[in-house]
Every structure is written in C-alpha cells, then in structure tokens.
Ligand binder design. Structure first.
Ligand code: BT5
Length: 265
C-alpha cells in the first residue's frame, strides 16, 4: 500500500539559518538606490527584516543630499528594513542605535572576511587610516508621531580596481587593503549574522560603540553648514550626539555634521 506522501517542509524564508530576524534577501542587478527601493517597498507592506542588495546604483544616496558612487559589482550596496516589531526597543529617539549596531556588525564582518579591522568614525563611516571604506545612511518613516519603519543603508567598497578621480585620494576598498580578492556575498552573510545578533540585544550597542569609536580622544575638525571648528572628541551622548571640547574650552554637542579625524592625541 502506498504511504501518503509527506508534505515537504516549507522552504526556510531566512537564507541564514541560525539568525532570527533578517531576510529574505532581494537581489537586484540595477536600481537607483536600495534605500529608495526599500522605503517604497515598506510603504507597500514589505516585511520587516527584508534586505535588498544591488550590484549597481544609478543614484546611490549619501547624507545631506550627497551621492554614493560605485561601479557595478565593486561594492556591497545594501539596505535593511526594520520595523519596531523586529527590534521592540526602538523608538524615534533610539533609531541611532540601529546605525551604530550596523557599524559594529560591518566592522566585525570586514575583519572576519578580509582580515583587517576598520576604524569606526562618528557618525556612520568605516575608515582605513583616513580613507573611507564604508558609509551608512539611515532613513526613517514617521507618521502621526509614530515610527513606522527604518531603512539602514550601507555601502562597502569590496572589490575595486580603480577609483574615480573624485575618490582617488579619499576612498579605499577591502581588496586593496587585504591584498586579495574579497567576496561581497561572504561579507553580506557575515554582516547579516552579526547584525541579527545585535538587533536582538540593542542594550549593549551604545557602550560597545563608545568603546570602539576611533573618533573619541582624537583631534577632529567639525564641519557644519556655514561653520567649522577644531577640538578633541570627548564623548558620545545617549542620544548619539558627539561631544567635542573646542580649543577655547567649551563643550559642544554635535547632532549632525561632518567630522575629519586630524591626528590622535
Ligand atoms: C554616506 O554619506 O557615507 C552614506 C552612504 C550610504 C550608501 C549606501 S549604498 C546602499 C544604500 N542605498 C543608498 O542609496 N545609500 C546607501 P556621506 O557621509 O554623506 O558621504 C558621502 C560622500 O562620500 C560623497 O560626497 C563622496 O565624497 C564620498 N563617497 C561617495 N562614494 C564613495 C565610495 N564608494 N567610497 C568612499 N567614499 C565615497
């Protein structure tokens, strides 16, 4: 007698077994911006935890209306959709923890895959020396005073042969630092594992970020709209602002702006 055929188990929608909350991964060959794509998808109901990865962006976004440039296939260009249910501690006032956690997770992923430890720079960069390896842009959707979703966008230079003239003095890539080919997929996998763990325990993120932030105790130049000054970066407040002791002795709290690391003190 024929045995009734067993129903096959449903396919695991999480491509990274052992992690609890990130996935599925949507892979795109080309998009204007993974952040734009995922914010629109979120408005249309896309699930929390969805990750979008693109080979190329035609209009990659930086902060303050700037652009993020990368030739096709050279960078890990990704965005992660997070809704409050995936990280229940998240409120409007603590969204910065998601970016800090992404920075910590990506720094560790780079170290695991490429064998070197990048420096964290406030608020959102990974550097090697004074060259930028990775930038992050977090965008939130708030309606009626409530946080609906957060999209954390990350661009990491992974496998570059040349840099465009405007980046040649300021950027670097994993393969150039490690002296060997580096896989975007391996980096993605390592990042997703680490980020999932941190999202499940955001309480430790701020202290880990402070401990590992290369900006602290460093002489910095702060560039704000219409103003620049120098000082020593002394701390990060609970709301994620950078505290800088100016040469005049005042303590200034920076919520948004650009930081240049000048030299260690
Ligand atoms: C950032 O802005 O560093 C945030 C970059 C976020 C990019 C990711 S890629 C996936 C996701 N989808 C998006 O559309 N965006 C995110 P900011 O701190 O403003 O730095 C931007 C500046 O970095 C530019 O003005 C350039 O000077 C420089 N830059 C641009 N492309 C770069 C690259 N590939 N490597 C290093 N520096 C770069």
């Amino acid at each position: 007698m024929n045995q009734p055929s067993a129903t096959p188990p449903p396919e695991n929608p999480n491509p990274f077994p052992g992690t609890s909350c990130l996935g599925p991964i949507i892979r795109l060959a080309e998009v204007d911006s993974t952040n734009r794509y995922l914010l629109d998808a979120a408005r249309a109901g896309e699930a929390s935890g969805t990750v979008v990865v693109a080979d190329h962006q035609s209009a990659g976004r930086g902060r303050l209306g700037r652009t993020w440039e990368a030739p096709a296939g050279a960078s890990l260009l990704m965005s992660v959709l997070l809704r409050p249910e995936i990280a229940p501690d998240i409120t409007i006032a603590s969204v910065h923890l998601l970016t800090m956690a992404a920075g910590l997770a990506m720094a560790d992923a780079v170290e695991a895959v490429a064998g070197f430890a990048p420096i964290l720079k406030w608020p959102n960069d990974l550097l090697v020396g004074d060259r930028k390896l990775c930038g992050m842009l977090t965008e939130s959707e708030i309606t009626d005073g409530a946080l609906r979703c957060v999209v954390v966008g990350i661009g990491v230079n992974v496998q570059w042969s040349d840099f465009p003239a405007e980046l040649v003095e300021t950027a670097t890539a994993c393969n150039l630092v490690s002296g060997r080919d580096i896989s975007r997929d391996e980096l993605l996998e390592e990042f997703v594992e680490r980020y999932s763990v941190l999202l499940n325990d955001l309480n430790s993120v701020l202290s880990d970020y402070r401990e590992r932030l290369g900006t602290l105790n460093t002489r910095v130049r702060i560039e704000l709209a219409g103003e620049a000054f120098e000082g020593i970066a002394e701390g990060v407040t609970d709301d994620g602002s950078l505290e800088v002791r100016t040469d005049g002795g005042a303590l200034r709290c920076i919520t948004a702006g650009d930081v240049v690391h000048l030299r260690p003190v």
